[in-house]
Design a protein around this ligand. Structure first.
Ligand SMILES: Cc1cc2nc3c(=O)[nH]c(=O)nc-3n(C[C@H](O)[C@H](O)[C@H](O)COP(=O)(O)O)c2cc1C
Ligand code: SF4
Ligand code: SF4
Length: 250
């Protein structure tokens, strides 16, 4: 069974493409995470967890969901992480998670996809994004073939720098950078409520016709990138940058 979390569509596309190749069922974790649903699920096929990379590890909300949710049936679990550049030493923490869950870690595949972190970095325009996705497809297909054949993913080389970014930098990043304090709306807001419905943490609500952000943001970038009128900004950084959503269909 393929389970995925996705803020702006890269991991959704990747999960569905793997599902098409392996013929496996694909489940979006959005509702489960939003509703704090940690009820057990079962699969006879290996588990495949597809997520974005947040500070060189899987998102903490997915880590928490996996820690709390019993995955019954098949004991093998693959991880596929989409990223803008690299996943660092994420695999080390996933191996630890598997040990805790008494499951067999079958490896972690890095898939370089378009950068979506518009709050801190530059997002690509549509043409460049499609080129990056085209290049990623052969790696996604390699992952699907490994899963189909029951082989573990090839192990990537890990540098000292990878250990630092997935370790101490990740620990520092969440408390200092991940918050919703810099989100605001411009006059382009039409009060449609989409930013409310796309937030996996229920962190956006409408106050006097305009969105307001709470304290549970995980920086998935769904609200800012999915707003139909591009009315959301994150400080000054997002001004003038293209909003990124994966436009490719499986
Ligand atoms: C909070 C946050 C942290 C990120 N950290 C990393 C990172 O450490 N390394 C990297 O290569 N990309 C990083 N990215 C980029 C995303 O992992 C990448 O664009 C991913 O494919 C987005 O997936 P999605 O469209 O399924 O949400 C980050 C993005 C966000 C929003
Ligand atoms: S999605 Fe955009 S236009 Fe709609 S309510 Fe939110 S900020 Fe306003
Ligand atoms: S507030 Fe926006 S960026 Fe933060 S978790 Fe919700 S949708 Fe994602």
């Amino acid at each position: 069974m393929i389970i995925y979390f996705s803020g702006t569509g890269n991991s959704e596309y990747t999960a569905k493409r793997i599902g098409k190749e392996t013929g496996d069922e694909t489940i979006n974790l959005f509702e489960k995470i939003r509703n704090h649903d940690f009820s057990e699920i079962s699969s006879e096929n290996p588990w495949v967890v597809v997520t974005p990379t947040y500070a060189w590890r899987i998102p903490r909300i997915v880590q928490k969901w996996l820690e709390q949710t019993p995955l019954n049936g098949n004991k093998n679990i693959y991880f596929v992480m989409t990223c803008g550049e690299n996943i660092g030493n994420a695999g080390k923490y996933l191996e630890k998670l598997c040990l805790k869950k008494k499951m067999n870690y079958s490896g972690c595949m890095e898939i370089v996809m378009p950068e979506n972190y518009i709050a801190l970095f530059s997002t690509p325009n549509e043409e460049t994004a499609l080129q990056i996705i085209d290049q990623a497809e052969s790696v996604i297909d390699q992952a699907a073939i490994c899963i189909k054949q029951g082989e573990v993913f090839p192990q990537a080389d890990i540098s000292f720098g990878d250990k630092i970014i997935s370790g101490i930098v990740n620990e520092f990043f969440y408390p200092t950078m991940v918050h919703a304090k810099k989100f605001y709306t411009t006059d382009a807001c039409i009060s449609c409520g989409k930013c409310v419905s796309v937030c996996p943490l229920n962190n956006v609500h409408i106050e006097n016709g305009k969105p307001a952000w709470g304290n549970h943001c995980t920086h998935c970038m769904a609200c800012i990138c999915r707003c139909p009128t591009e009315a959301i900004e994150y400080g000054k950084h997002s001004q003038g940058l293209p909003r990124y959503i994966c436009k490719k269909d499986v």
